[in-house]
Write a protein that binds this ligand. Structure first.
Ligand code: 3HC
Ligand code: NAI
Length: 709
């Protein structure tokens, strides 16, 4: 709703009230319409100020209402009516003015903001465009070039940025005194102004369209944003608004908008974690960490040190190899400075000390181990840690998939051991899997989750199983990609299909980037390859492809060696080019194993890679290793490059149709009975049997089934 009050004198104050962000729900819109009418009718009122309750102007349209029928007064005519009134109306912006919130402010005659307020039009991130006049009014105010950047990226900035674009009349530490009466309003109505465009407007629009198409990989909204701004540049306001409405209608009804809105809410759902034990975010206290240690300063350890230091935590960074320690003590401060600069921090808040002595961690409150992925080494480190650290210190491992409980078992306080699985580069990637073992205490999980949040990560609590959630699902995906090569595909063909779907990189380009030796080492540990293991295509009772092992044996470890599934300009090269060697190698391999290459359709490539991954997601839900589909989807969107406009693997399964996924898995499993990952999960079958409920209902269904079983 919106409340009305008369300030001493002649100013009417309208306050938006819809906690927590004063989103423009039907009740708020009705409240605005009513209170503006009241201000107009009151002869003592000469000017109007609109603000938001609790120091927040407005977070935009109420996204929760998008799923239902449109109720209450629509936004566009409401904002038009405000712009048209003959008493001056000012938006007094504190906290946030986002999306429809900023569009409401653009309909006012004046905008005044607190210096710390955050403004922007993030609709594109929800699969929409600013559809309440924002795509037409903003460029008229700040010019086409700046509007294109803001609207196609959804970027948010503080008031000083917008002051320099003349979007704000006043930007100050205090917005308590606002007086806007007495001036003519003619030039204050943005819809009546021309749109300032650069001389080369067509070229600007063309270039932006090309850039947006490249960056958005199949996403509809950024393209529609450019089209709306083309209309702003070339058409009168009324026709521009018609174009905005048509584009919005198309986007609004698209699966992509639903997927992106689901992704917005899943990011928030995962913060409200719960464990099978009943422990959850609202009944478990977290400790506040101010001193931490990182053990092992390789690829991951370095990034973790930077992420902690940026949060204001003092870090003891320990490395036993002299050369690595010397290199890290040069590289890490530089990484920290760079990242602090990128985040506009004057000085990095945390202090880092480097050491080769594990004894130096004795004063810290939390340790993150990031040594090689080798269980016996990690056990040794954990034994050592538990003897040198103060009682009560949290001991965490960055393992990519080893058993957290085995590590806990060698410590004095197994309840204080959890996994904190970061993703490379750890100071940049948004995802953190917090792995709880059967003995991890709620306090340890709560502390790791909160620490992740402080570091700006999307933290997801996951159960302790090989590979946890993300890597467990990646395994069948990689496996299918290798099988497809055996059957006749090339790495480029597979990658193109996956990139067309929206992944920033196909599976083979991604493997080259991460380093092919990572998986090779894991397979050796698992006894799947290495000296003495016979080179067959069936290992440990299931189909196995020795292809990636053989590529590593040829010294091709990916970008780092300048060769992998592709060739690069040299070691460390970034541009992947197809390599004739790989084609010859694949032909020889097929000949050796009596395989006849066949032409494989893009649909088969996509189905086998994605549906095998999705199927494992259902197994994970069934095993209670993830609390709900939102957790899996957040992991894939924030950690594995799953295209956000497809929501996440589990959401995508729902959009494709669970019946269809089941039928295709059955088909592929029939053709490949020696691939257990293609055997449809029991949970998938059960969901189909009860009529394929929407993804939002799965958590409830799974919990009910669990209670009954
Ligand atoms: N509608 C409905 N609920 C919203 C909302 C919105 N626009 N914005 C936030 N919320 C909810 C969140 O879901 C969360 O709910 P929960 O407590 O039940 O989980 C709660 O408000 C608090 O949100 P955050 O946890 O994100 O709080 P923060 O303080 O970290 O961030 C924010 C606040 C910056 C406003 C952030 O929530 C945000 O970015 N919101 C979305 C803003 C947006 O995209 N607006 C555009 C909407 S589309 C539009 O306006 C269309 C128009 O052009 C026609
Ligand atoms: P890395 O090989 O780059 O670095 C490991 C470092 O640990 C080396 O510098 C080594 O000298 C040091 N080390 C070994 N024993 C030590 C000891 N006893 N005390 C102190 N330092 C010791 O390895 P990377 O890639 O950083 O991986 C570390 C951990 O992170 C592994 O468990 C890995 O599975 C996991 N991980 C790796 C990811 C990646 O993309 N590289 C992603 C996510 C997790």
């Amino acid at each position: 709703m919106a409340t009305y009050s008369r300030l001493p004198g002649s100013v009417a104050l309208i306050t938006l009230q819809n906690p927590p962000v004063n989103a423009l729900s039907a009740a708020v819109r009705q409240g605005i319409v009513d209170t503006v009418q009241r201000a107009l009718k009151d002869p003592k009122v000469t000017s109007v100020v609109i603000c938001g309750q609790n120091g927040k102007f407005c977070g935009g349209a109420d996204i929760r209402e998008f799923a239902g029928p449109m109720l209450g007064p629509p936004l566009v005519p409401m904002i038009h009516a405000i712009e048209a009134v003959d008493k001056p109306v000012a938006a007094a912006i504190e906290g946030v003015a986002l999306g429809g919130g900023l569009e409401l402010a653009l309909g006012c005659h004046y905008r005044i903001a607190h210096s710390k307020a955050l403004l922007g039009l993030p609709e594109v991130t929800l699969g929409l465009l600013p559809g309440a006049g924002g795509s037409q009014r903003l460029p008229r105010l700040i010019g086409l070039t700046a509007a294109l950047d803001l609207i196609t990226t959804g970027r948010q900035h503080d008031s000083s940025f917008f002051s320099s674009l003349h979007l704000l009349c006043v930007c100050s530490q205090s917005i308590s005194s606002v007086c806007v009466s007495g001036q003519s309003l003619d030039s204050r109505r943005l819809s009546t102004l021309p749109c300032p465009c650069p001389p080369d407007v067509d070229s600007l629009l063309d270039k932006t369209m090309v850039k947006v198409r490249q960056r958005s990989r199949g996403a509809l909204a950024p393209v529609a944003c450019v089209q709306a701004l083309m209309a702003a540049a070339s058409l009168p306001y009324t026709q521009g608004m018609e174009k905005e409405r048509d584009l919005l209608t198309t986007l609004f009804n698209s699966g992509q908008a639903r997927a992106l809105q689901y992704a917005f809410f899943s990011q928030r759902v995962v913060g409200k974690w719960s464990l099978p034990s009943g422990a959850s975010w609202d009944n478990s206290a977290a400790r506040t960490i101010s001193k931490a240690a990182v053990i092992g300063l390789g690829t991951m350890g370095r990034g973790i040190v930077v992420a902690l230091a940026l949060t204001g935590i003092s870090v003891v960074a320990v490395e036993t190899q002299e050369k690595q320690l010397a290199e890290a003590s040069q590289v890490v401060p530089a990484m920290l400075q760079r990242e602090a600069g990128r985040r506009s921090l004057a000085t990095p808040p945390g202090v880092i000390s480097f050491s080769s002595n594990l004894q130096d961690v004795c004063e810290v409150e939390l340790v993150i181990e990031a040594v090689f992925e080798d269980m016996s080494l990690k056990l040794q480190v954990f034994r050592h840690l538990t003897s040198v650290c103060r009682p009560g210190t949290l001991l965490c491992s960055n393992t990519s998939g080893l058993d957290i409980d085995r590590l806990a078992a060698v410590t004095q306080s197994p309840g204080l051991v959890v996994g904190m699985h970061f993703f490379a580069p750890a100071h940049v990637m948004k995802l953190l899997e917090v792995v709880y073992g059967p003995r991890s205490s709620p306090e340890a999980v709560a502390t790791a989750m909160q620490l992740g949040k402080r570091m700006g990560k999307v933290s997801v609590a996951v159960g302790n199983c090989p590979g946890f959630v993300g890597n467990r699902m990646l395994k069948p995906y990689l496996e299918q990609a290798n099988f497809l090569l055996e059957e006749g595909a090339t790495p480029q063909q597979v990658d193109e299909v996956l990139e067309e779907f929206g992944f920033p990189m196909g599976v083979f380009r991604m493997s080259d980037l991460s380093g092919l030796d990572v998986g090779w080492r894991i397979r050796k540990e698992a006894g799947l390859t290495g000296p003495g293991v016979e080179s067959t295509r069936t290992r440990q009772g299931r189909r196995y492809s020795p292809l990636p092992d053989q590529v590593c044996e040829a010294g091709r470890l990916g970008q780092k060696t300048g060769r992998g599934w592709y060739q690069y300009d040299g070691p460390g090269g970034r541009v992947a080019r197809s390599d004739h060697w790989v084609n010859i190698f694949l032909e020889a391999y097929r000949a050796e194993h009596g395989l006849v290459a066949r032409s494989i359709a893009p649909e088969e490539i996509l189905e086998r890679c994605l549906y095998a991954l999705i199927n494992e997601g259902f197994n994970i839900l069934q095993d209670a290793m993830a609390a709900g589909p939102e957790d899996i989807d957040a992991i894939y969107v924030f950690g594995y490059g799953w295209p956000r406009h497809h929501g996440g693997p589990m959401f995508h399964a729902g959009q494709v149709g669970l019946g269809r996924i089941l039928e295709r898995l059955q088909h592929h499993h029939h053709n490949h009975p020696d691939v257990p990952h293609l055997k449809p999960s029991t949970l998938l079958r059960r969901l189909v049997a009860v009529g394929s409920p929407p993804v939002q209902k799965w958590r409830e269904f799974i919990n009910k089934e669990r209670v009954h079983s």
